[in-house]
Design a protein around this ligand. Structure first.
Ligand code: FAD
Length: 647
């Protein structure tokens, strides 16, 4: 056995993005000795890429805004499938979390009278996104990192050791959550640079690993998003909730091919950018769905008037929730009205003076100039949908962030399910990270404090050996092929490409039953081949080996997405079925839970018919009456099932 390092902590946080860092700060401030692990460099989490802003009903730009309006927008955006208590806590606590960031050193853009400036975003009734130009995530991570350093300095003054109570392990990948019985006992992982294994023992583990976008070919996500946390939870026995809901952001770059999928922030539309097809038509007016008809402008004049006089004009349809805009762009391209490279045109050049564009959208200006040689102050951008965010995730308790069914396991951020229902509103992720990161850290610390050191779950040596053997398997793939006819080891990069193509083409933005069935067959084939994914060389920084291990996770989450998408025979939010094009109120009270079909890792692991994932339909919790009272009855009738309405 080659475990080289073994340490004990109270709380282990897997992931150092916004959710993980906020959880770690909270756990440490509540007295827990806390370790944070991240597979990239510290500070290079996905959160750093967030551009547009953080949604919080501070009412700075419009005094009409408050948590109830934010709650309403979030539920509408999620088409009422949100875990309503999470949406309530999120709307109530987001402003405090933004203020807290400022007390820790963040500096948001200001209004003329010195308040935090807030910008418009799709689906938000009022300007609500606090921002730092279009580099908000960078400021958020910088501030949380700074807070961690200040806590470490405090610890140094008291203990003589900066890392006595809060330590960051960077470039380390966790591959297994360890358990004693049902309870969490720690994590197993490897150092990416040296390839050495480590075990961190802890009664509380917070998963904050972000999303799954690298299972799709065209994505705004970076290499880290391989669904690790989703898979870690599944393998530990915690179910995933509503994995069919994957958000395709309407505006990713479409050209040149090397940068296809890179995000074009929604702030471009929030600040006045418009979408046009190849005929020059502002086509979004043709795609306002019935549920939103009375809230969006019907003429260009009214839409443009809204930016200066929102009280007497309705919102431009370019600011519909993301799922609606992505579908509309897809339809225009399919109808032959797309741009030369298969997208549509997004134009700010005719809407704002060049210096305003450069000031408000500096990253976008540079991104297009450097990557596509397009000057967005003088010509339109070409954009199209890109896989961006997963609404589905680990099923958690709304108040405590505790994962269902595994005591000691917590989850926060993009990896957790429920908060955003079937579709996330822009800006609601950064606030989600802070609100539920804090809650996860708080309850993880409390849970650990409730376990006296001599009564803590112990790490089982057999589990550690099994985790090490699993991690080493790619080095002996050839020797492991059961039959010579199985052929040589599989190349992990080839498998990854085939997986991405499958998910993109067959379980992408528009879904059809026969294609999803085909995807499940292909996933079964890939799963069998992935068991023979082989690598050469040694364990010191070996990206092929890392990918071979990540494949297990991407295959698991992809199967969850495909199975749940096949099961849900309606279109809602980020899940669009061509064969069931309407939202069906009868599906509103239904959640889909994915768990391992064969937790022992037996026959089902390679059985293409059964696959690895079992699907269960469970009832959503009825929305509390005082929250329902925030909506008009007519509006509720569009979403809620008959029996829910009569109750
Ligand atoms: P991340 O920030 O991705 O952090 C995940 C962490 O987990 C990383 O540290 C990673 O190294 C670590 N990790 C993963 N797997 C493992 C493992 N196996 N072992 C150890 N560590 C692991 N949202 C908004 O609200 N507003 C915006 O303006 C906005 N803009 C965006 C722009 C872009 C380009 C993108 C891609 C997303 C944007 N989002 C935005 C969404 C938002 O940024 C993400 O949803 C959010 O940052 C996720 O945060 P997180 O803490 O959950 O995960």
């Amino acid at each position: 056995m080659s475990v080289v390092d073994r340490q004990e902590w109270d709380v282990v946080v897997v992931g150092a993005g916004g959710a993980g860092l906020r959880a770690a700060i909270e756990a440490r401030e509540r007295g827990a000795r806390t370790a944070v692990i991240c597979k990239s460099l510290f500070g290079k989490a996905h959160t750093v890429m967030a551009e547009g802003g953080i949604a919080a009903a501070m009412g700075n730009a419009n005094p009409g805004d408050n948590w109830q309006v934010h709650f309403r927008d979030t539920m509408r955006g999620g088409k009422f499938l949100n875990q309503w208590r999470m949406a309530e806590l999120h709307a109530q606590e987001a402003p405090q979390r933004v203020w807290e960031l400022e007390t820790w050193g963040a500096l948001f853009d200001r209004t003329k009278d010195g308040r935090i400036s807030q910008r418009n975003f799709g689906g938000h009734e009022y300007p609500r996104l606090a921002h730092v130009g279009d580099r908000t995530g960078l400021e958020l991570i910088r501030t949380l990192q700074q807070k961690i350093v200040s806590l470490q300095q405090e610890d140094f003054r008291e203990t003589g050791d900066y890392e006595s109570r809060l330590k960051v392990f960077q470039e380390c990948t966790v591959t297994r959550v360890l358990k004693e019985g049902r309870q969490v006992s720690g994590v197993f992982g490897y150092e990416r640079e040296s390839g050495r294994f480590f075990v961190l023992e802890a009664p509380s583990v917070v998963i904050a690993t972000g999303g799954i976008g690298k299972s799709f070919k065209v994505t705004s996500n970076s290499w880290e998003y391989t669904g690790d946390g989703h898979a870690l939870a599944l393998l530990a026995g915690a179910p995933l909730l509503n994995m069919e809901f994957v958000q395709f952001h309407p505006t990713g770059m479409v050209w040149p091919p090397s940068v296809k999928g890179i995000l074009v922030t929604e702030s471009v539309r929030g600040d006045g950018g418009v979408l046009r097809n190849s005929d020059g038509r502002r086509f979004m007016f043709d795609y306002v769905p019935d549920v939103f008809k009375d809230k969006y402008a019907v003429t260009e004049e009214e839409a443009d008037g809204w930016y200066d006089d929102p009280d007497h004009n309705r919102r431009p349809p370019e600011l519909l929730p993301r799922d609606e805009v992505a579908r509309a762009i897809n339809a225009e391209v399919k109808e032959g009205r797309g741009s030369p490279h298969g997208g549509v045109f997004l134009d700010v050049s005719t809407r704002m003076p060049a210096e305003v564009i450069q000031r408000r959208l500096p990253s976008m200006y540079h991104q297009f100039k450097e990557l596509a040689d397009v000057d967005i102050t003088a010509e339109p951008m070409e954009v199209g949908p890109t896989c961006h965010y997963v609404m589905g995730g680990i099923a958690v308790d709304s108040d405590t962030a505790a994962a269902r069914g595994v005591p000691g396991l917590f989850a926060a951020g993009e990896v957790a399910g429920g908060m955003h229902g079937s579709n996330r509103l822009g800006g609601n992720s950064l606030s989600d990270l802070l609100v539920f990161g804090r809650r996860a850290g708080w309850h993880a610390a409390e849970y650990a404090a409730g376990r006296a050191s001599d009564a803590r779950p112990r790490v089982d040596g057999a589990q550690v050996d099994a985790a090490a053997a699993e991690a080493l398997r790619p080095f002996s793939a050839e020797a492991e092929a059961p039959e010579p006819s199985d052929g040589p080891p599989e190349n992990p990069y080839t498998l990854h490409q085939e997986l991405q193509q499958t998910m993109n083409d067959l379980v992408g933005i528009i879904r059809r039953e026969p294609e999803m069935k085909q995807a499940l067959e292909k996933l079964a084939e890939l799963r069998v081949r992935a068991r023979r994914a082989g690598v050469e060389g040694h364990r010191q920084f070996n990206p092929g080996w890392h990918l071979a291990l990540d494949l297990r996770n991407m295959l698991l989450v992809s199967e969850c997405v495909a199975r749940a998408a096949l099961e849900r025979t309606e279109s809602r939010g980020g899940h669009t079925r061509e064969d069931h094009p309407s939202m069906d109120r009868r599906w509103r009270p239904a959640n889909l839970l994915c768990s391992l079909a064969d937790p022992s890792g037996g026959a089902a692991a390679t059985d293409p018919e059964r696959g690895q994932i079992a699907l269960e339909r469970t009832a959503t919790e009825p929305v509390r009456p005082d929250l329902l009272a925030l909506f008009e009855k007519d509006e509720l009738a569009k979403y809620l099932a008959e029996e829910e309405l009569s109750e």
